[in-house]
Design a protein around this ligand. Structure first.
Ligand code: OXD
Ligand code: MN
Length: 587
């Protein structure tokens, strides 16, 4: 490969190589042959297992170190010069001190290894909305994942040309020391360093590190937004496609919602759903004054457990070719994969995610709860034809949501943009296995960005308020909760494809086609306006799902006030006003 002559790139790569001391340097050119070579190498070293060529062509299984299975939020740092710019929700260290620490850890870390240089693009290469990065890594697993999740290769170097405008990334697996992992961002230098991990969310730097933490800073400076949001197009029987963006915390069903299949009663009338993205949106003001969202990624890094032909056939279909499975179980009868919730028939003999024999009698899980698939978006049967449109799609609605067993109603609409920003800022959800830590604990996760906002959270809220002033046709903002439970702890709402029933109301609201009832939280639907035909839910149950428990909300409001207290007087006044209004309405 004829690598770039860009003096900034070459100088930096030389510097990193001098420090990490790899045996050799390999540039990733994006060619099929090179990918084939790397796959063969990974198989020969035991890092990946080639799966059944007929049933799962070009698919592989990888097992991580047992202590390296999720994002490590406690070890994730935003290193800007002033601590107050990182804010109370981020870990911070002074950049010089962190560079010194990182340089110490990087010194000689790639000895005996190959350093791969991956030029990658977030967004369509050459488009005005794309941003470029180079990740230097000693992991062929990272190279193979990055070449699914992003657009990689020489074309990216051509697009960077002579410019110094690219994100610098360094990753070493190091020793995988579980107590010494670092996922570090230097937003003022556009630099990312990951050490001692080889788990996707920590080390596929295009995703959370660049497309959210660094990009949220770029967006703030340049007047756009980087959000933890799916993008979904809903086509009505008239053939009109209306788009929504949805922010949900990790492992709360974003991939399922992004690929939903309309219920039969809708399908037969001609409703369709199109996936533009399942995790990240970059949102800009278009020439027409509307907000336009694009998906900067090129693959899905989805949670495997629970993904089935029932819950998400489109996701399963997406994993049938060219996919890397991480920490799922290996079905030894036919060299395919299995995970809990895939179907009701576990393999008689399997190897679990730890590499140990497993049978249906085993008491442990066959797949890790945060096991993943890395699948090319091109495999997705419901991929939107707008996926390749560089400017993205115009957004009618923004939806926030989390897992709340009791508090939040099935859906409510905010009063206006600023009130919608308040609704996003108070998002809370029960934690999942996507990050290390306890599962099922309610935590505030504003806009689902708590682990991903690369600067002070209150400044981020201000940026949302400011974006509202830049557009002439703002999307409407809603909150949904698919996860309300009954006394037995069972989910009441059927979820999955049936969520379209709620989306239909949301989209009608955006086009003044449905009424709503004003309430303490904003607007809720009249039960009669949500189509429940064929859902198995009766009107009384729906009424219950739309109810607002004032006592719970009084506690919620007190919790929000306490949470806002963390940010002092930096909380935008528009948000404190919304909180006061909520408190007053509950008196
Ligand atoms: C993810 C996450 O992997 O949010 O998308 O953790
Ligand atoms: Mn995510």
């Amino acid at each position: 490969m004829n690598i770039s002559k860009n003096k900034y790139i070459l100088g930096w790569v030389e510097e990193v190589a001098a420090m990490t001391k790899p045996d050799k340097l390999v540039w990733i050119d994006g060619s099929r042959e090179q990918i084939e070579e790397l796959r063969a190498l990974a198989v020969s070293t035991g890092s990946m297992i080639r799966l059944n060529e007929e049933k799962l062509p070009n698919c592989f299984l990888h097992r991580t170190d047992p202590d390296d299975v999720a994002r490590v939020e406690d070890r994730t740092f935003i290193c800007c010069r002033k601590e107050e710019d990182a804010g109370p929700t981020n870990h911070w260290m002074e950049p010089k001190e962190m560079y010194a620490k990182m340089n110490g850890m990087l010194e000689g870390s790639m000895k005996g290894r190959t350093m791969y240089a991956i030029p990658y693009s977030m967004g369509i290469i050459g488009s005005p909305f794309a941003k470029y990065g180079i990740e230097l890594t000693d992991s062929s697993y990272v190279v193979l994942n990055m070449s699914i999740m992003t657009r990689v290769g020489s074309e990216v170097l051509d697009a960077i040309g002579e410019s110094a405008d690219f994100i610098k990334g360094i990753h070493t697996q190091g020793t995988l020391d579980k107590d010494n992992k670092y996922i570090v961002h230097f937003p003022e230098d556009n630099t990312i360093i990951s050490v001692n991990s080889n788990y996707g969310g920590n080390v596929l730097q295009g995703k959370k590190c660049f497309a959210l933490r660094i990009a949220s800073n770029l967006g703030r400076n340049e007047g756009w937004m980087a959000e933890h949001m799916l993008i979904l197009g809903i086509e009505n029987p008239q053939g009109e496609v209306r788009y929504v963006c949805g922010a949900f915390p990790s492992a709360c069903g974003k991939t399922n919602l992004a690929m939903l299949i309309p219920p039969e009663g809708y399908r037969s009338k001609g409703w369709k759903a199109w996936c533009v993205g399942d995790d990240i949106s970059w949102i800009r003001v278009g020439e027409d004054g509307r907000l336009w969202a694009m998906n900067p990624e090129n693959g899905f890094f989805g949670v495997a457990p629970g993904t089935s032909m029932k819950s998400n056939p489109n996701a399963l279909e997406s994993t049938r070719e060219g996919t890397i499975f991480t920490n799922v179980a290996l079905d030894t009868s036919d060299n395919t994969v299995w995970w809990e919730g895939m179907n009701k028939t576990p393999p008689a003999n399997a190897i679990d995610w730890l590499g140990k024999p497993w049978t249906p009698e085993s008491t442990s899980k066959a797949a890790h709860p945060n096991s993943r698939f890395t699948a090319p978006v091109r495999n997705c049967p419901c991929l939107s034809k707008e996926f390749d449109s560089p400017r993205g799609v115009p957004i009618s609605a923004i939806i926030f949501g989390g897992r709340r067993a009791k508090t939040a109603p099935l859906v409510y609409q905010s009063r206006d943009w600023n009130h919608g920003v308040f609704v996003g800022s108070i998002m809370a959800s029960e934690t999942t296995a996507a990050a290390v830590g306890s599962v099922g604990v309610v935590r505030r996760d504003p806009m689902a960005m708590l682990p991903f906002c690369g600067y002070h959270m209150a400044d981020y809220w201000q940026h949302w308020i400011d974006m509202g002033k830049k557009t002439s046709a703002l999307p409407k903002i809603f909150n949904v909760n698919w996860f309300r439970t009954d006394e037995q702890g069972q989910f009441i709402w059927p979820g999955f494809g049936d969520n379209l029933r709620v989306l239909e109301w949301i989209l009608k609201r955006c086009f003044d086609e449905a009424p709503a009832k004003e309430c303490e939280l904003g607007y809720v639907p009249y039960a009669a306006d949500i189509n429940i035909e064929g859902s198995g839910i009766d009107e009384e149950t729906l009424e219950g799902l739309l109810e607002i428990d004032r006592e719970l909300w009084k506690k919620e409001a007190a919790g929000i006030r306490e949470y806002y207290g963390k940010f002092g007087d930096k909380v935008p006044k528009e948000l404190t006003k919304s909180l006061e209004k909520l408190e007053n309405s509950l008196k």
